[in-house]
Design a protein around this ligand. Sequence first.
Ligand code: HMG
Ligand code: MG
Length: 314
Amino acid sequence: MGVRELGLPQRVSSSGELPERVTIWEVGPRDGLQNEKSIVPVEVKLEFLDRLATAGLTTLEATSFVHPKWVPQLADAEQLLAGLDQREGVRYPVLVPNERGLNRALEAGVGHIAIFASATETFAQRNLNSTLDEQFSMFEPVVTRALAEGLEVRGYLSMCFGDPWEGAVPAEQVVKAGTRLLELGCSQLSLGDTIGVATAGQVEGLLAGFGEAGVDVGALAVHFHDTYGQALANTLAALRCGVSTVDASAGGLGGCPYAESATGNLATEDLVWMLDGLGVQHGVDLGALVETSVWMAERLGRPSASRVVNALGG
Ligand code: HMG
Ligand code: MG
């Protein structure tokens, strides 16, 4: 299937302050594929990563070194890293929850890891088999050693807006947990709307909360799932607050196996379309990206969730 002639969105500059350039943190190979019912063969994952790099994405979250029984879809992490043809100028972060995961990641030669915490007690239990406090004790030696080994460390914080078991999550609780991750030594904190319930005002409120706590907005990234169709609106709200790193997943793949009702991530193509319209640079070739998602949808046997992929890739 080819990509239709691109009718590019009309460029109209925004009235609010927007960053000149946005870094897209592509999570499709990890957040996208961790949630697939079937296990995607490692050769397909490798081609997916290669195509994403060809499309101009420079941060490709490749896989996770978690317990293979917890996420069997990513049990091939070692094999994937061994087969990865790493491109110059592209970084390939991986998720690591604990010291066992860090050992595996170091043996595989990774240069960038992400730890992932929960802002709520219930999700810490369900996703990491630990309490909210225990998760920080699990991460502390991981971050210390990773930094000593010269790795970059990102921190994720999940359930920043709503939690399927605990309901709305107070901003103060999120700021407290997020600040702890930064204090551990994470260079960036990605705020996750794991189940996609946030709306734009909440996003502004939470970012203001981090600002009041003395956190530089440059250290923050946003990670929206699109369950209620708010991911793009929430991203625009975050950009207007000064955020310039946005997580997205090619074709809108994604979800979390341990969070009821989590659906796909913000689709990278939908993000790119909006950024093009706003005149914000991102470095991605939309046509090549749409072709990649059409190709991946064929491998997975179902259409992409991305509106832009469906508009351009049919
Ligand atoms: P546990 O069962 O409590 O682990 O799991 P344990 O420490 O008790 O160890 C039990 C056994 O597992 C031991 O083996 C360990 O060696 C082994 P045994 O001695 O019995 O033979 N083990 C491991 N093996 C391989 N790799 C490892 C590892 N760790 C222990 N890393 C654990 C605790 C944290 C490991 C588990 O809960 C886990 O793997 N959780 C990961 C869940 C996950 O990946 N969720 C999805 C990612 S988070 C997400 O998607 C949200 C995000 O997108 C942001 C958002 O949307 O909000 C990031
Ligand atoms: Mg996620």
